[in-house]
Design a protein around this ligand. Structure first.
Ligand code: NAD
Length: 422
């Protein structure tokens, strides 16, 4: 495919995907699209690139970065927020990484992050939260070392699907009439202006997400449970259905490898068979408190879109906050890594914020590519920087002693750690 304003690197090869075997073919010199992002993206994007370059080089490989544009950078080049060729390039090259993109609240354009995930059909937003040495100094909880969870957040539906109508419009009144008159919910909605949104949760969307979560647990020996997190007691036909379809996948598609919590207690007296994954469910509000009180009992969480948004930020706080919380969006043979945090506009261009979240998102991307040695190097090098207290302002202010570094200086320390560790 040829592009108008995207410069395809003159060297490097394309990552390809084999549908039949469901395998990604990753050359040693891949071309990888990158969006630096808005606000602090111009600081954390280049810092991440530098660290990932060092990890590739240390393991005998090389990234060929391809800048693509969304948000502010796209408005400058294309006069639009999300050019089609950005989506096309990310789809064609399969593995990419992005910084945060600003979304105006209330009015203005819809989230470009949500649009990208939907247009690329990246259906699982994957957010790991794990302890690194040194984090105990910045964590607000007593035992951050108990935290080792990975959340699989559904990415394409729920109230996030963008089906909503603004108060005062003809459309919203039509929907109100339909709901009240045709569907029998008379007098359920208060009189006067109303905004209405729709919450679709499908069998297709739920099952492919839950499969992804179960597969992950089966592939990783240290992950023994998958928890379906929902508000099915209140939203019975959406979140309750999410739970039921989740259990259906567990019961019908995995044989003895996966058992439900009910079976575990009713038939096995709580004794978990070796290598089997147990699927259970928790109501979201209860899960939020159990994340704090029984942190070490949970491994993999599968959640509808909105629950996943809330719970992953909260889990991130337990291991040091948004500056360190990584994420990636998985599709079929496609990945887009991105930090959990936003564009923090007040820190834009100050070379100040913590690039760790985007760097560790890059670690997830490396794992997806099968470059586990490079991924481990990134993790260890970040851990070394934090435990040596060579950190950015957000961590520094919560530590005793240590050295406060700019974004770029911190990235340099991580690069040097990679070189020493390799
Ligand atoms: P935010 O994550 O941008 O910032 C909230 C606060 O968290 C910051 O003020 C800062 O104190 C701290 N923080 C965030 N990232 C940090 C980092 N790397 N290092 C140190 N501290 C950091 O959230 P917000 O202010 O609610 O949102 C700002 C904009 O970002 C909005 O337009 C929002 O829509 C957008 N956003 C984008 C994404 C995304 O691109 N995936 C995610 C969340 C929010």
């Amino acid at each position: 495919m040829s592009y108008d304003k995207i410069e395809v690197p003159s060297s490097g090869s394309k990552i390809t995907y084999d549908e039949e075997t469901d395998e990604l073919n990753v050359p040693d010199d891949p071309i990888v699209p990158i969006i630096y992002g808005d606000g602090i993206g111009s600081d954390v994007g280049p810092a991440t690139q530098k660290v990932l370059d060092a990890a590739a080089e240390a393991t005998g490989r090389e990234f060929n970065w391809m800048r693509v544009y969304a948000g502010e950078s796209a408005r400058e080049k294309y006069d639009e927020n999300l050019p089609q060729e950005t989506v096309d390039a990310m789809s064609e090259y399969r593995v990419s990484i992005k910084g945060p993109l600003t979304t105006p609240v209330g009015a203005g354009f819809r989230s470009l992050n949500v649009a990208l995930r939907k247009r690329l059909d990246l259906y699982a937003n994957v957010r790991p939260t794990y302890f690194l040495e040194g984090i105990d100094e910045v964590s607000p909880v007593k035992r951050p070392q108990d935290m080792d969870m990975i959340m699989f957040r559904e990415n394409t539906e729920d109230v996030y699907a963008g089906i909503e109508w603004e108060a005062g419009t003809e459309e919203v009144e039509e929907v109100r009439d339909f709901v009240e008159d045709e569907m029998g919910f008379d007098s359920t909605i208060h009189d006067g202006p109303v905004g209405i949104g729709i919450k679709p949760i499908t069998e297709f969307g739920t099952k492919r997400l839950v499969r992804e979560a179960i597969d992950y647990a089966l592939e990783n020996d240290d992950k023994n449970t998958v928890t379906l997190v929902h508000k099915g007691n209140i939203m019975k036909f959406t979140e309750g259905q999410f739970r039921d379809w989740g259990y259906e996948v567990a019961e019908e598609e995995y044989g003895d490898e996966v058992i439900t919590e009910d079976t575990l207690w009713e038939e096995r007296d709580g004794e978990q068979p070796e290598d089997a994954v147990v699927v259970n469910d928790r109501i979201a509000d209860n899960m939020l408190q159990q994340m704090l009180t029984r942190t070490d009992e949970y491994d993999v969480l599968a959640l509808p879109n909105l629950n996943g948004d809330y719970l992953s930020d909260s889990a991130g706080a337990q291991i040091g906050g948004l500056g360190i919380a990584p994420g990636a969006n998985f599709g079929t043979g496609k990945v887009l890594a991105e930090p959990v945090h936003g564009s923090a506009p007040k820190y834009e261009g100050q070379d100040k914020v913590n690039p760790t979240a985007m760097i560790l998102s890059g670690r997830l991307m490396l794992e997806y590519m099968g470059w586990d040695d490079a991924a481990d190097l990134v993790r260890d090098a970040v851990e070394q920087a934090i435990s040596a207290k060579t950190v950015t302002y957000d961590f520094h202010r919560q530590m005793e002693g240590g050295e406060k570094l700019a974004t770029s200086e911190y990235a340099q320390v991580v690069v040097e750690n990679i070189e020493d560790l390799a």
